[in-house]
Design a binder for this molecule. Structure first.
Ligand code: FES
Ligand code: FES
Length: 300
């Protein structure tokens, strides 16, 4: 184990860490700074962006043993809080730049690093920065994010007032067709909204961890599902298959496609006889630790 002291968001924190742990894991799992999200866990999406000694850094691929002693680390929590929002966060809210919001803390941190380096970027430079630093968003199409960065930069340069970014309720109280921020926007721009992986860290001790067994082919008939080896692995409590699903083991959703000719209940929750597409869920391993669950899922 390694003892390290970091300056995190202005406060000195000493941690005893596994030297092989990532900075993302240390921030999220040891220090419970869950505003830093981990999505791809592979350096491709920017959700885990933090600033280390002034440099924009992907926490999911940065081993903690590579972070120098006394490094200054800035996370989303150190940029702004719900009761004290940074102008970048206000601009993201004003432009609806946080939809599902999973990418948003990373974009806010990345924008902070950009505007410190280049206070007057062009729209093209903003896009190029996000491309260069791997910030990806599956929801917004990027335009609202770029709009937000341009407005935040203008406010920081003193060319626009921060009040211009704040939503003003119309006199008649009607918000239909207005830029009324979605109710979860503030939580999303501050990283304080808990997603599944955040809630998982906050569950009572002893809570089981799940790993999905997913199809590795695009189409197949399932002749049998052998869970015997997985069930014998350390820490495994149960392997759930289609036989354990109560009711008709079907989900809807695809009925929303106009080309769907079925009744909408044509896909199983856990596949029992057929794989419909790559990644279909086949079983769920329940185990004491995420690592044990993942290892056993490989054996189904
Ligand atoms: S979670 Fe780090 S880059 Fe995607
Ligand atoms: S808002 Fe959903 S991924 Fe960006």
């Amino acid at each position: 184990m390694l003892k390290r002291t970091f300056n995190i968001n202005g406060a000195l924190k000493t941690v005893i860490v596994d030297p092989e742990a990532t900075l993302g894991d240390v921030l999220r799992k040891q220090l419970m700074l869950t505003g830093t999200k981990v999505s791809c866990d592979d350096g491709h999406c920017g959700a885990c962006s933090v600033i280390v000694d002034g440099k924009l850094t992907l926490a999911c691929i940065t081993k903690v043993n590579r972070v120098p002693e006394n490094a200054k680390i800035l996370t989303i929590e150190g940029i702004g809080q719900p009761n004290n929002l940074h102008v970048i966060q206000k601009a993201m809210m004003a432009h609806g730049a946080a939809q599902c919001g999973f990418c948003t803390p990373g974009f806010v941190v990345s924008t902070k690093a950009l505007l410190e380096k280049n206070p007057k970027p062009t729209r093209e430079e903003v896009r190029a920065w996000f491309t260069q630093h791997h910030n990806a968003c599956r929801c917004t199409g990027y335009k609202p994010i770029v709009d937000a960065v341009m407005d935040a930069a203008a406010v920081l340069r003193g060319e626009k007032k921060v009040e211009d970014l704040e939503f003003k309720m119309p006199a008649d109280g009607r918000i239909w067709g207005s830029k009324y921020p979605r109710p979860t926007a503030e939580q999303k721009v501050t990283g304080t909204l808990d997603y599944g992986q955040d809630l998982g860290l906050k569950m009572p001790s002893g809570t089981l961890h799940l790993a999905l067994v997913q199809a590795k082919v695009s189409h197949a008939n399932i002749l049998s599902i052998d869970t015997s080896e997985a069930e014998k692995m350390p820490g495994v409590f149960k392997v759930v298959t289609h036989k354990d699903v109560l009711g008709k083991n079907r989900i809807t959703g695809l009925i929303t496609f106009p080309t769907n000719k079925g009744d909408g209940w044509d896909r199983p929750i856990l596949c029992g006889t057929k794989v419909f597409q790559y990644g279909d869920a086949i079983a769920i391993v329940c185990a004491d630790t995420p690592e044990q669950a993942k290892a056993a899922a490989e054996k189904v």
